[in-house]
Design a protein around this ligand. Structure first.
Ligand SMILES: Nc1ncnc2c1ncn2[C@@H]1O[C@H](COP(=O)(O)OP(=O)(O)OP(=O)(O)O)[C@@H](O)[C@H]1O
Length: 605
């Protein structure tokens, strides 16, 4: 508990009773501090510092299990930061709410400054009643009414303003976060394929969710508490100056030093916060990759290893977060110690002025409450400072991916009119390497011509570059040299959205389904297709019969990435027709089934 908290708990009555000799009121301040008290305090400080040092060392030396499998998941972008201009761009669309919140926060701070002064007036009134020797207490009491009413009005106004600025800030924070998330998602959807080759899903979803959340909470706290406490501090310093310029000078003189020291420590903590958040993103990426590849993990019985890998990354993130917490804790503890010491020394010197009778009891009360407001505000500011560091870093991490510009814009370029489109494809001296492997040329000076209307199959060993040809044709990547043309026009001139959406149909060798019905998955490329068109497409792909056998037919939910579609089902296919389907047990139980014959013929267990 702080010295000022103790002072404010001295009942009014005791101050009033001793008002004739105000020196007595603060007499305990002059009491010499015993040697044993100093030693005890020193020991407690020493023990606290030692404990912090041991913990700090412990978290710095957290276990490090090296794992090459997850090296590619580590976040490489550790310089994420946000400028004031970028912050302003985020606030600008919701400036009305921001302005309203600021006005309410400042008004609330102004009222908080007025309350101690008004309280002082009330105390002065009470002192008058006690001093009055005419014993006309009733009429003196009536004089208190305006001050009491004034104080009551301030309390009510302060509550109303608190409600308003919290409401405005909630609306502002939620809208900003929604826009930030929506803009980032939109930007991610338009990034080059090369971007997705070098950034893992877990990392991207951490930025889209956890970082936006962190930024929103910190922003709300910093604006609501930070602005109010800052305005309160400035206002209360003004009040203190009004009450006693000498004591105020003592207080304000050291503030620039504190701000400088705070900025230096802040820079270090920001760096630590960036590293901690990047490590948390790596941990998310590890769990994300494991959960995505659950079947492979099961098949290789790698549950324990995956769990260990995740724990290891989690442990590093925890250690960094603890380091950050300890850093912020030390900063806050130092600030508190400084603030308490500052107020104690100011009061100690100030008691001298009071003993000379230069202050009224009301002014003393006002001084105590104002000083306590400053002390509370400053210690709250140091907490807000820690939150601001985390929020600033999180905002920077979100904006980092927003700033990147895709090198292949999808909505510019020309579309060849439908009636003049033939479909002649040419690869003209094309050399290519994937951006993540610049040293490995998949092909050099490839020349290939596919005339319109011809069916061409590319055959070759795995890894020879067959899929890469389709990637270049879809313009997922740009050739290093040479060009790919459609009807003689370089793909670079064409509108990518039109090319991918209306000209080229791609079926991947590892089709990925969305967790919705079979029908909606077929309709994915053309959301306006009718039910009949969906069935016609299924018939053309020879899946109509297979889908119709499900109890819910085309409405069957395929599960995440299509896992439920064929989870344990086995299909025996001949001439593009599914002759038998069922689980291993069901097909083996059927006498004379093709599957059973196949199993028996190959002597499979
Ligand atoms: N996104 C990528 N980033 C880096 N290298 C890649 C990427 N995709 C493929 N490669 C590499 O490019 C080369 C050609 O791969 P590609 O997939 O085109 O071969 P493929 O002939 O289609 O093989 P498969 O028959 O197995 O599908 C391989 O060495 C492969 O490892």
């Amino acid at each position: 508990m702080t010295i000022l908290s103790k002072l404010s708990q001295i009942p009014f009555k005791s101050i009033v009773q001793n008002s004739k000799n105000s020196y007595q009121t603060l007499r305990w301040l002059h009491k010499p501090i015993s040697r044993s008290t100093i030693l005890r305090t020193w020991r407690i400080c020493g023990f606290g510092t030692g404990l912090a040092a041991v913990t700090f060392r412990k978290v710095s030396c957290a276990p490090r299990i090296s794992s090459k499998r997850i090296d590619h998941l580590r976040s490489k972008d550790q310089n994420a930061s946000m400028t004031m201009w970028e912050l302003w761009q985020l606030i600008k669309p919701f400036f009305g709410w921001f302005f309203a919140a600021i006005v309410c926060a400042i008004l609330s701070a102004y009222i908080n400054i007025q309350i101690p002064l008004c309280l002082g007036d009330l105390v002065n009134g009470i002192v008058e009643i006690i001093k009055d020797e005419s014993k006309n207490l009733r009429s003196q009491f009536e004089h208190l009414r305006p001050s009491a009413m004034h104080l009551m009005t301030l309390y009510v106004a302060q509550s109303a303003l608190t409600f308003l600025y919290i409401t405005f800030l909630t609306i502002l924070g939620e809208r900003m976060a929604t826009k930030l998330r929506s803009d980032l998602f939109q930007k991610l959807l338009h990034h080059d394929m090369a971007f997705f080759d070098s950034h893992k899903t877990g990392e991207l979803s951490a930025r889209l969710n956890a970082d936006v959340q962190e930024f929103k909470s910190s922003f709300k706290l910093c604006v609501s508490q930070g602005l109010r406490t800052f305005a309160q501090t400035i206002g209360c310093i003004g009040s203190l100056y009004f009450l006693s310029p000498t004591m105020t000078m003592y207080t304000v003189a050291v503030v620039p030093g504190i701000i400088l020291a705070g900025s230096a420590i802040g820079a270090g903590l920001r760096q630590l916060s960036r590293r901690a958040q990047a490590q948390s993103a790596t941990a998310s990426a590890v769990s994300d990759e494991a959960l995505t590849n659950m079947r492979t993990i099961r098949a290789f019985a790698m549950e324990k290893l995956e769990s260990k890998l995740f724990d290891n990354e989690l442990d590093k993130a925890r250690a960094m977060q603890e380091q950050l917490g300890i850093g912020i804790g030390l900063f806050q503890a130092g600030t508190n110690l400084f603030l308490n010491g500052m107020i104690l020394s100011v009061l100690y010197g100030g008691s001298n002025l009071i003993s000379k009778g230069e202050m009224t009891p009301g002014a003393l009360m006002s001084f105590l409450v104002s000083a306590q407001t400053i002390q509370r505000s400053l210690s709250q500011l140091s907490i807000i400072f820690g939150t601001a560091i985390k929020g600033w870093t999180a905002g920077g991490r979100v904006l980092e991916f927003q700033r990147l510009q895709p090198s292949i814009p999808i909505d510019t370029g020309v579309c060849i009119p439908y009636h003049t489109l033939w479909g002649d494809i040419k690869f003209d001296n094309v050399s290519f390497s994937y951006p993540t492997r610049p040293g490995h040329n998949v092909f050099e000076n490839l020349t290939l011509s596919i005339p319109a209307g011809q069916v061409v199959a590319l055959c070759g060993p795995s890894g020879e570059g067959k899929s890469t040809i389709t990637h270049l044709l879809e313009r997922f990547y740009e050739p290093k040299t040479g060009k790919v043309t459609l009807d003689g026009r370089d793909l670079k001139e064409l509108n990518v959205e039109w090319l991918r959406g209306q000209v080229i149909g791609l079926i991947s060798q590892e089709p990925v389904l969305f967790a919705t019905s079979v029908e909606e998955n077929i309709r994915y490329g053309r959301p306006d297709a009718t039910d009949q068109e969906v069935r016609d497409a299924a018939r053309a792909a020879h899946v109509d019969e297979f889908v119709s056998r499900f109890p819910s037919g085309y409405s069957t939910i395929v599960g995440e990435r299509g896992a439920q579609l064929s989870a344990n089902l086995i299909y025996v296919i001949k001439d593009k027709k599914a002759l038998e389907s069922g689980t291993h047990e069901q097909l083996m139980a059927k006498k004379g089934s093709l599957y059973r014959k196949l199993v028996e013929a190959h002597n499979v267990d």
